[in-house]
Structures are given as structure tokens and as C-alpha cells.
Design a protein around this ligand. Structure first.
Ligand SMILES: Nc1ncnc2c1ncn2[C@@H]1O[C@H](COP(=O)(O)OP(=O)(O)O)[C@@H](O)[C@H]1O
Ligand SMILES: [Mg+2]
Length: 236
């Protein structure tokens, strides 16, 4: 079943037309990677789904409910979580207080995430639970942002370049956490620059070019398609 459906989505920044009719569908519980070169419109797609950029045309439906004209808070409350590229923590609150800020009821029948599980994923956050988030390293802030979003019990989580700038050991942990999120039945739309990770975790991959989806397929079909990689992914 399709959980999140985006159709004919257009978005502008002022006069600049950035999304040119994006169509995508995220099945319930699936991990889908959204790939593309810098500037292709991946972050704008996530922000427009979240209502942070107002769509100029098109539909965003979560389990059939139209969300495109709603406010970001309402979209979040209805079950779409967002981990933006900029690690958004409350700098003056402690790690634990930041986590508590994220808690929202879970949908009926769904897994309900706990702070203890978050500390299980990232023991470093437990060690630093009473430290103000503004004093954390970039990697720790990234972990905290992921955990706070999960505690909102989203049905689908949009994650923008979670491994950017992280040390290799932490990259592997973040990848394992994303796989586990999928195993618990939460759908994920993942923007990930590292192709090996994007292909490893996803059931389906989408490639964006110039504000449109130019390829969709399995990780295997993308691996077997040098033209798509050359035309839309590799830096010329
Ligand atoms: N706030 C903004 N104001 C104006 N132009 C923007 C803004 N954010 C992004 N853009 C432009 O929109 C295009 C798509 O950007 P973005 O969605 O961030 O791409 P990606 O995440 O794939 O790198 C780029 O040309 C970028 O320069
Ligand atoms: Mg981006």
C-alpha cells in the first residue's frame, strides 16, 4: 500500500522554478533513497512535503489525506517526521530535554519509540544526557535530531543527508539505525549522498535531475545502469 504519495509537485523560490512536477510514492514501511546531484532539488522536495516550502502546484497525500495546503506543525502531527540537513537542536536544553520535546503519541497499533531505545541506538547520547545540546559535536547533534524525530512516532520519516560530515564509525551506526527504523515498520525517504549507503539500505531508489524524478528502480537496476549514473549522479 502507498503511504506517502506526491504528485505533480511544483515549487518556486521567488521567480526561480525549482520543482517541476515531482511524482513519487513511498510504500508503507519501505525505505526509499532519493539521489541526485547537488542542486537537483532533493532538499526542496523534502521541505515542500513538510510544508516548509509552499508548493505552487501538486498534491501530497499521507494514507489518502491531502496535506499540501497544511502548516508544517500539522503535517508533522499527522505522521511525517523530518530530519533536516541543518541539525536542529534546542541549544539551551539538555540532550534528555531535547528528546522529551519530541515525544508525540504513536498511531494505533504502531511501535511506540522510547528514550531508552534512543540511548540503546546511540550510547553516546546517554553519556551526554544532561549536557546542553549546544555543546554537542556535529555528529552528536545529528544523532539527537534523528532520535527526537523518531520519538514523534512518525509513519514516514524524511531524512536529509544524515551521514554528511560524520566520522566513518558513526556513519555505520546511523545506517544500522535507518535499517532498524524500516524493520519497525516506519517508512523512510532518505536523501543520501553516499551511493553505497543509499543502495544498501533502500528497497527502491529515485534519481532527481533538474527538479524532476528522472529514474526509479531497485538498487540493482541502478547499479546496472551506467548511463543514469553518468548523466545524473556522477560529478562531470
Ligand atoms: N532558500 C532558497 N532560496 C533560493 N534558491 C534556493 C533556496 N534553496 C535552494 N535553492 C535552489 O534550489 C535548487 C535546488 O536546491 P536543493 O533543493 O537544496 O537541492 P539539493 O538538495 O538536491 O542539493 C538549487 O538551484 C538551489 O540553489
Ligand atoms: Mg540538499
Amino acid at each position: 500500500m502507498t503511504l506517502l504519495e506526491v504528485s505533480g509537485l511544483h515549487a518556486h523560490y521567488g521567480k526561480s522554478h525549482v520543482l517541476h512536477g515531482v511524482n513519487l510514492a513511498i510504500p508503507d514501511g519501505a525505505i526509499v533513497s532519493l539521489l541526485g546531484r547537488n542542486g537537483s532539488g532533493r532538499s526542496t522536495t523534502l521541505k515542500t512535503i513538510m510544508g516548509l516550502v509552499r508548493p505552487s502546484a501538486g498534491a501530497v497525500r499521507l494514507a489518502g489525506t491531502e496535506l499540501a495546503a497544511r502548516r508544517p506543525y500539522d503535517i508533522c502531527r499527522r505522521g511525517i517526521g523530518f530530519v533536516p540537513e541543518e541539525r536542529l537542536v534546542f541549544p539551551n536544553l539538555t540532550v534528555e530535554e531535547n528528546l522529551r520535546m519530541g515525544i508525540q503519541p504513536s498511531p494505533p497499533g504502531a511501535h511506540c519509540w522510547s528514550i531508552a531505545e534512543m540511548y540503546g541506538y546511540f550510547p553516546r547520547l546517554k553519556e551526554r544526557s544532561s549536557v546542553r545540546a549546544g555543546h554537542l559535536s556535529g555528529g552528536e547533534q545529528q544523532m539527537l535530531t534523528i532520535c527526537r524525530s523518531l520519538l514523534g512516532n512518525p509513519r514516514v520519516l524524511l531524512i536529509d543527508e544524515p551521514t554528511e560530515g560524520l566520522a566513518p564509525q558513526i556513519v555505520d551506526v546511523v545506517m544500522e539505525v535507518i535499517l532498524d527504523i524500516g524493520r519497525r515498520g516506519v517508512a523512510v525517504l532518505l536523501v543520501e549522498q553516499k551511493l553505497t549507503i543509499a543502495l544498501k539500505v533502500a528497497a527502491e531508489v529515485l534519481v532527481m535531475g533538474h527538479g524532476e524524478i528522472v529514474f526509479r528502480g531497485t538498487p540493482e537496476t541502478l547499479s546496472d545502469n551506467p548511463d543514469v549514473r553518468r548523466n545524473w549522479l556522477e560529478v562531470a
